[in-house]
Design a protein around this ligand. Sequence first.
Ligand SMILES: Nc1nc2c(c(=O)[nH]1)N[C@H]1C(S)=C(S)[C@@H](COP(=O)(O)O)O[C@H]1N2
Ligand SMILES: [Mo]
Length: 396
Amino acid sequence: MTRPGLDDVRRRFTSPLHDPRTAAILGSALGVAFATCFATGLVSHLAQHPPAGWSFPTRPAGFYRITQGVHVVTGFVAIPLLLAKLWVVFPRLFESWRPLRIAAVLERLSLLLLVGGGLFLLFSGTANVARWYPWPFFFPAAHYAVAWLAIGALAVHVGVKWAITTAELSPRAAARADRAARAVEEDRGDAGHPDVQAVRDDRRRLLAGVGGTAGLLFLATAGSTVSPLSRVSALAQRRPGTGPQGVPVNKSAVGARVSAAALDPDWRLVVRRGSRSVSFSLDDLRALPQHDAVLPIACVEGWSTSAPWRGVRVAELIRRLDDRPFDEVRVVSLQRRGLYRASTLTAAQVADADTLLALELRGEPLHLDHGYPARLIAPNRPGVLQTKWVSQLEVR
Ligand SMILES: Nc1nc2c(c(=O)[nH]1)N[C@H]1C(S)=C(S)[C@@H](COP(=O)(O)O)O[C@H]1N2
Ligand SMILES: [Mo]
């Protein structure tokens, strides 16, 4: 009943490694990587887009640093796993569609979402880290929406394949895979010389190659957040210890077009609520109680560095305006344009003793590129929300 064309194509894939056992091994590794990547991606989304009335916790202070480092690295590591898995199962694309059952159609639809979505997520994530935006859409929104489609499809796929995968990973499955390998060889006309050991060795070599590639990618990228690895991390975009004052820079003062305004001696910090406001010169701020905190800058792009900051608590600045309760504080930069010119602190985040308007980094006034004269630095906060060149705090 099968269409002869499809079967002919399928017969061309003669490698015995297009088998369920290899697929099961790669598939479970990929499943773990995708699930980890999804969970840590959710953390990042919640940190940047918290539901109304909920505050992303400020402790542990380095939690986001870890989750986002893991998110980006598991994404990179998933690339060779996904490509290898697609190679293993590719011949199944040419399997007969008959009998055309609704369940089979739905499963194939979910596979389309899973494969297309997975490739899109890994590609767009990598491009984003490389700061290359070859698309017309807004990266975080698209990446987030597709992640839900892909994870839904993954759930369906895991459900459908659970039994066969666990069976293939069981001790008895090795013997079954050997029998299948023998069948493939007989199919090829090698009957009489089934070299099962060769298939096992081939599989081991394939898995070692894929695992080795994944391991190399890990080493080449993890150094952007794990300092001891930074020297071998050839592909790390920004490394701990590099950049002015030992901290990498994402957006420079020149890039943000704030140099003149930031260096202006008439710069003032304005703290306002409605029509009431107080303003501080840099000397005024230096005269206020200073607080020290060692906190990371943890960029959504995966790099991070911890550093000692000194400055005035945001709560202290608000107290100078009034003592009334508030919901949130909008931290606004001198920067005129750009998505990251402002960020919001919830009242709970302001209440953390380490939420600072920093004036110093490593015992020196902030470098212009790190937000001179004043920048926000707060615990457990994505880098994009650590607003630089602050000019206003709007209390709401
Ligand atoms: N005003 C302003 N603040 C900003 C940004 C920006 O583009 N404009 N970039 C943010 C991003 S994405 C990161 S990761 C951190 C990096 O801080 P650093 O350059 O001091 O390391 O600054 C944040 N603060
Ligand atoms: Mo960032």
